[in-house]
Design a protein around this ligand. Sequence first.
Ligand code: UDP
Ligand code: MG
Length: 221
Amino acid sequence: MLYRLLSCVTRKATASAFYRLPALIMKPQVYFVLGGPGAGKGTQCAKIVEKYGYTHLSAGDLLRAERGRPGSEFGELIENYIRDGKIVPVEITISLLQRAMEETMKSNEENNKFLIDGFPRNEDNLQGWNRTMDGKADVKSVLFFDCCNEVCIDRCLERGKSSGRSDDNRESLLKRIQTYVQSTKPIIELYEKQGKVHTIDASKTVDDVFAHVQKIFDKEG
Ligand code: UDP
Ligand code: MG
């Protein structure tokens, strides 16, 4: 009787260990996608998704969705941060990113290739990621869409005519650019020192920028 019980427990334990094994192997493989507001991160991510089968997670889009979710306790806080071009505390952003990655991999663990767009934007974001995701996801590298502030501002103002975004106006944009220069650039430089950054000239046309992007993904997968 005892033997039967033990062997049953062992079989169960082994089965569940096997069940968990793929989760250990199939860790999320992540590209961080960074660049100023309007640099073309979202546009290029959509093209990468189409050609290379990645899942695009825009931190900004996730925050906007949370802001609009009925009953969200963070809605007002998120709106205030976004309008001021400031960066939302990482606990909120990371829980949204984590949930989105889990949801994506829940249906098929092989869906583990992610583009995380617009994150990490500052030291708080980076520390939060390292704290929470250390050992749970691999950051393959950073795609840095490099574009001068003037072009970024013009593109966002153009987008603002139809985007309905509360931060695509000149006042918010100047704050967003300031945040980008003061807080995000140092994060890109940090990854650069680790040899992890692909810098892409993002002031060109969408197709020319994507031609450069393809060279990276054709090599790295
Ligand atoms: N944001 C944030 N944390 C993030 C990503 C975005 O706080 O990790 C906020 C921030 O206020 C930013 C805004 O969301 O200015 C819009 O971000 P998004 O990436 O959508 O803007 P984009 O750079 O694509 O124009
Ligand atoms: Mg975007």
